[in-house]
Write a protein that binds this ligand. Sequence first.
Ligand SMILES: NC(=O)c1ccc[n+]([C@@H]2O[C@H](COP(=O)([O-])OP(=O)(O)OC[C@H]3O[C@@H](n4cnc5c(N)ncnc54)[C@H](O)[C@@H]3O)[C@@H](O)[C@H]2O)c1
Length: 258
Amino acid sequence: MASWRTDDTDGSGPHDLRGRRAIVTGAGRGIGAAVARALVDRGAVVCVVDRSASELETWRNAPVVQVAEDLSADRSARRVVAAAQRELGGVDVLVHAAAVLKRTPFFEVDYEDWELHIRTNLRSTFFLAQECARVMRDQGTGGRIVALASDAWWTGGHDGSLAYAASKGGVVTLVRGIARELAPLRITVNAIVPGLVDTEMLRGQLSPDALARQTAAIPWQRPAQPSEIARVVGFVVSDAAEYMTGAVFNVSGGLLMY
Ligand SMILES: NC(=O)c1ccc[n+]([C@@H]2O[C@H](COP(=O)([O-])OP(=O)(O)OC[C@H]3O[C@@H](n4cnc5c(N)ncnc54)[C@H](O)[C@@H]3O)[C@@H](O)[C@H]2O)c1
């Protein structure tokens, strides 16, 4: 049977990114790593960001700029974007995939849980977008900003992920507001909403029973592979998606339907 998949990774199709300068956070593993690979495959020059050099081990000897930075720290966004601007000569694309999910039962959630999720997942989204937008504004050539949200933004989360879910709800709210701010500068701002994706974040803290229960709720009957999310990001940052901004792309195998 013919496949419907059109894998536009030779860099020559409508999703060509040659000449684009991209920052991808959380690029050490999982979805961020797959996104960075997809962007490199399409011809972009990429700055990969993760919390430490050891997290970026997979990129050793690869033709990318590596920046180790804890994105929950004050002014980390400024340092990341300054490094990318210096090393790449500018910034055209930001894909913010770095995030944490620490599952905690409702009655045990404490102030540290809130700090962790809000600083890492939500506050970083604002300041990375702000810093990248400054550079894009000065370049005068538009840009693309993509934030990874989660199905939890819509459901409120399952299995002890309430603070995470709230941070991702905030990410969607930010994407919508920033999209309106930056549209006159021809910078698109969009959210990608995966359902379940086969990464350490999914498998790390869920019991086999909870994983089976969550998987059973997916009409497509399996979690996504990171590359399946990366392909959608590749489209959203391409010229083909020029007129799409403030959108919340549901890529969940039917787990969510909106
Ligand atoms: N895996 C899923 O099922 C799923 C579902 C919905 C949404 N998402 C979202 O997709 C994105 C990627 O998730 P993933 O599954 O690849 O997760 P992951 O845990 O496998 O990878 C996350 C990466 O972010 C990095 N990171 C975490 N905190 C950081 C910090 N403070 N500073 C710098 N880097 C940091 C980690 O080191 C890691 O490399 C996240 O935003 C996540 O919320 C994932």
